[in-house]
Design a protein around this ligand. Structure first.
Ligand SMILES: [Zn+2]
Ligand SMILES: [Zn+2]
Length: 175
């Protein structure tokens, strides 16, 4: 997902319009690798300014996260805009604010890389498959949205042991 900025750098043009979609398998963020269930859509431009190359784009795509209660896959639509100067690594921090600087290699913009640099706070800290997701049973791991389990009555309270289990317990003791 790279665009060569040669023409801009050589000042053959002042502005490069961007409007494209591309299918990407995964986006990496904070040691997580998120699968994408939609192409990445990019719309906007890169322009030559007297301070440098300025990127101004809207980005949207759908990533797949896991429900924080039942771990089921959840589609999370992500949509935001990215603005900043394209600078090389080791850029002069007096010249550009950190927030304003997007790192590129000096020749090509890699949009996956730019997105990974700007995903801060764009992915919700926790997602739910549905508002009232019942989650997984702490006892047996059953997905309580799909099935009911019998842990609730017994395991929650150690004092109440189903007589059938009590017998089993005795058998194990003699082992
Ligand atoms: Zn869930
Ligand atoms: Zn259970």
């Amino acid at each position: 997902m790279k665009i060569n900025l040669d023409k801009l750098i050589r000042r053959e043009t002042d502005k490069l319009d961007l409007n494209f979609s591309q299918k990407i398998d995964t986006i990496n963020y904070c040691n997580n690798s998120y699968k994408l269930s939609s192409p990445i859509n990019i719309k906007g431009k890169v322009s030559n300014t007297n301070k440098g190359l300025y990127l101004d784009i809207d980005v949207d795509f759908i990533l797949i996260d896991n429900c924080s209660r039942c771990l089921d896959e959840v589609e999370v639509p992500i949509e935001y805009s990215i603005q900043g100067f394209l600078v090389k690594e080791g850029f002069d921090e007096d010249e550009f604010e950190d927030d304003d600087a997007l790192i590129f290699d000096g020749q090509e913009v890699d949009f996956v890389d730019i997105i990974e640099q700007t995903l801060d706070f764009k992915i919700p800290a926790s997602v739910l498959c549905k508002e009232d997701c019942k989650g997984l049973c702490q006892g047996c791991g059953a997905n309580l949205n799909i099935e009911a389990c019998s842990c609730n009555e017994s395991a929650n309270d150690e004092e109440i042991i189903d007589p059938r289990f009590a017998k089993l317990k005795d058998i194990f003791k003699n082992d």
